[in-house]
Write a protein that binds this ligand. Structure first.
Ligand code: ATP
Length: 332
């Protein structure tokens, strides 16, 4: 039976991630299919707490979310909002929703965004979180929405760097995103056959990196790739400086630093992220329909699962360290 009275809102928060648009579309159209009203909140929590006259919360129709599924980023816009740590500020957001008759919110975002979602839930709002960040650091899911596209963008860039590195007999030191989690760096390093992968979790030092580059040179390789996670002890520039200063004779390759930076966020969503966004979004509405809330929607194996937000926030999913060893073995 259709529940004509229900109205929900959806927002994207934190760093943008490809596939968010598919999730917005799926949330919107799944809810509309049940006869619910749907509101889109612009600019994450900043839009939620803005004065109503700013028009940051607006009704969405099926057409409003048409033509967006192949776009990276988020059509709703995203933001980081410091004020949201304050319960009285969050209460303003809940009041803004209540004034529109909205009784549930879907939050598409990463760790911090889900902490905000949990705080809203503690203050009485029905909330569903969708795990979405390029960092893939969230508990409660094997993979987060957007991580696959970001990894593909980075792998494509490193493949191109390898071509030019090989022509000039260079070592490329490439920094990838991921905040304090090495998932992206490890994935990219394994997928590109990097000689060394420098992660926050394993703390490979300059001496060992120099040794791996030297070994590649000795084996007759025309290039060496070193992938550095942005959260590692040394960033790519600092690592290259130390290698140049203390290990020049051993390394022998000419070295170049590339920081991939925000280019990793702008990819066209992969098929994997499109499907994940669609499934996450639809599942969020199924949860609300059966009265579940205060949970994060994630993926375990190929199954959609929900985990209480309270069990997710403030944690970082551990890295699959066996893949570090595999990457090292295969790079010989
Ligand atoms: P990404 O992983 O892509 O960086 P994220 O969701 O982890 O995404 P954050 O910047 O950590 O991004 O958080 C997004 C927003 O969530 C913050 O700007 C803030 O508004 C809100 N937020 C974060 N932590 C909390 C918290 N403990 N309580 C309330 N709100 C929070």
């Amino acid at each position: 039976m259709q529940d004509q009275r229900k109205a929900i809102a959806v927002l994207t928060s934190g760093g943008d991630a490809s596939g968010m648009n598919m999730a917005i579309r799926a949330v919107t159209r799944s809810a509309l299919a049940l006869g619910w009203a749907v509101y889109g909140v612009s600019e994450g929590y900043a839009g939620l707490i803005a004065p109503p006259e700013d028009g940051k919360i607006r009704r969405l129709t099926a057409r409003d979310v048409g033509g967006i599924l192949g776009l990276g980023g988020t059509v709703l816009g995203s933001a980081r909002c410091k004020d949201f740590h304050d319960a009285s500020v969050r209460a303003r957001g809940i009041a803004n929703l209540a004034a529109l008759g909205v009784d549930a919110l879907v939050v598409i975002g990463g760790n911090g965004s889900q902490a905000g979602a949990h705080a809203l839930h503690e203050q009485g709002l029905s909330v569903i979180g969708l795990a979405s960040t390029i960092d893939n650091d969230l508990e409660g899911t094997d993979i987060t929405l957007g991580a696959d596209t970001a990894a593909n963008v980075a792998v494509d860039a490193v493949d191109k760097l390898r071509v030019t590195s090989s022509s000039h007999r260079r070592a490329s030191i490439v920094e990838v995103m991921g905040r304090s989690c090495g998932y992206l760096a490890l994935t990219v390093g394994l997928a590109t056959g990097a000689e060394a992968i420098v992660l926050p979790e394993t703390d490979l030092g300059p001496d060992e990196v120099a040794q791996r580059i030297a070994s590649a040179y000795d084996r007759g390789k025309h290039h060496a790739i070193v992938i550095v996670a942005e959260g590692a002890r040394y960033d790519a520039a600092a690592l290259a400086t130390i290698l140049e200063r203390d290990h020049r004779e051993r390394v022998r390759f000419d070295m170049r630093v590339t920081v991939l930076g925000h280019i990793q966020r702008g990819g066209t969503p992969t098929v994997f992220d499109r499907l994940l966004g669609a499934r996450f979004g639809a599942h969020a509405i199924e949860c609300l329909e059966r009265g579940d809330n205060g949970v994060l929607v994630g993926l375990r194996g190929n199954e959609l699962v929900t985990t209480p937000l309270a069990d997710v926030i403030g944690k970082q999913k551990p890295l699959a360290l066996e893949l570090v060893e595999l990457a090292q073995t295969l790079a010989q």
